[in-house]
Design a protein around this ligand. Structure first.
Ligand SMILES: *Cc1c(COP(=O)(O)O)cnc(C)c1O
Length: 417
């Protein structure tokens, strides 16, 4: 469920006509629905009611501090992958003891920052990281709570670029080597074993890979307990998919039911790290048709958003529904919707059956809330778009459109030039 819908022939976000926002802020822009995001957060969080759990939003899906604040107010924590994401989370008012930190390449400065901030848990991903974290904790006179992110070698059956829990992937420590690494970590003075974690991939449309991973984690937890290593947190990662096109992913309720059915103990606190399932359908990218360009081959709609604004089609060949902000009764044609960037991968749709549109009209690229703005760049020296949040009948700019001055911020020309 989301709150982007038509009234008469006009696309609304909650009670605001999308075209009203365009008049005020220009195009392209990201538009998020507060009600949708809150509802999606609750759908995940409340699905686990009755169990000790913490829902840590995956900041990389959308890192705007207004959005992080929204989830913090709902009682959420954060799953971060960098010092920058920790900074954002703290600025947004997230409690440090609700922050977990994953990532294969955590840097010394970032580890120090996280230790000083006293975050809940480090999900460590390699033997050398265990040693490094122990060394840094000692130096800062702290104790780092850790989980080992294990690679359970289950196939998430998703796009290979967003699959992370196969043995061939760079993430985590092979579950078969985990016992040895836990034993080592337990012997180190400045580490405290706190949990077991995994994250097997993104945009999963079945529950079975989650269940398989959970089974393997329980196997490991059993072995650890027999060695006297006590586990408090079971971090299942994120990865639940959404409908972009015709996918039929499980509802968070079904996901939770499948997890609950496998639970072997209620002592552990579950950690969930949802990103896409909360954000994805809570945001759209609104763009204007700059040119219609019929060629002998096909028709191109050249729009003012580009791959620098929304990289997913270029990166994963992913599908986004495209809808007119004002529907017409014009015939449907097959068209390519493309951006202005000098790359052939700069497209939003190819050979798409869609209502014919005209120069100056607005299009909504749907399901763009997750991995949209957070992956945006300045390629082709395009200022990044603004972000707007709708609540009821009002809208608020939560990030201004960048200016040309922003583009050269920090650049200098050395004296010899
Ligand atoms: C990206 C990521 C997530 C979120 O994944 P979604 O598919 O967006 O739910 C959760 N945990 C970790 C460690 C991640 O890297």
């Amino acid at each position: 469920m989301h709150h982007f819908h038509y009234i008469e022939k006009e696309l609304y976000c909650e009670e605001v006509p999308v075209s009203d926002v365009a008049l005020e802020v220009g195009t392209p822009f990201y538009l998020y629905s507060h009600a949708t995001l809150r509802q999606h957060f609750r759908a995940v969080d409340h699905a686990f009611d009755g169990l000790k759990h913490l829902t840590c939003f995956s900041v990389k899906a959308n890192s705007n501090i207004a959005i992080l604040r929204l989830f913090a107010l709902e009682g959420g924590g954060m799953d971060i992958v960098s010092g920058g994401e920790l900074y954002r989370s703290l600025k947004a008012g997230v409690a440090p003891n609700k922050i977990v930190y994953s990532g294969v390449g955590k840097q010394t400065e970032d580890l120090e920052y996280a230790l000083r901030s006293d975050i809940l848990m480090f999900n460590v991903e390699s033997p050398l990281e265990i040693l490094k974290l122990n060394e840094i904790s000692g130096r800062l006179s702290r104790k780092a709570r850790i989980a080992i992110r294990v690679n359970p070698d289950v196939d998430p059956k998703t796009h290979p670029y967003i699959s992370t829990g196969l043995r061939e992937n760079k993430f985590g420590i092979d579950i078969n080597d985990a016992l040895e690494q836990y034993t080592l970590a337990a012997s180190l003075e400045n580490l405290e074993i706190s949990g077991v974690s995994c994250h097997i991939g993104s945009q999963l449309t079945q529950v079975s890979p989650f269940v398989d991973a959970l089974g393997k984690l329980y196997g490991l937890i059993g072995e650890l307990e027999s060695k006297g290593i006590k586990i408090n947190y079971l971090d299942l990662g994120g990865g639940l998919g959404i409908t972009y096109d015709t996918e039929e992913p499980p509802h968070p309720r079904e996901y939770a039911a499948a997890i609950k059915a496998e639970l072997q103990t209620e002592d552990l606190t579950l950690i969930l790290e949802p990103g896409r399932v909360i954000m994805g359908n809570g945001g759209i990218l609104v763009t204007k048709v700059l040119y219609t360009k019929p060629t002998r081959e096909k028709t191109f709609f050249v729009v003012d958003a580009a791959m620098n604004d929304l990289m997913r089609p270029a990166l994963y060949d992913s599908y986004h529904m495209i809808q007119p902000v004002k529907t017409s009764d014009r015939e449907k044609i097959k068209a390519d919707v493309v951006g202005p960037i000098c790359e052939s991968s700069d497209f939003f749709a190819k050979g798409r059956e869609m209502e014919s549109c005209r120069q100056g009209e607005l299009l909504a690229i749907m399901s763009a809330g997750a991995y949209g703005f957070s992956m945006a760049s300045n390629y082709n020296s395009r200022p990044r778009a603004c972000e707007v949040m709708v609540k009821g009948d009002r809208f608020y700019t939560i990030r201004e459109r960048e200016t040309f001055e922003d583009l050269i911020k920090g650049e200098t020309i050395p004296d010899f030039l």
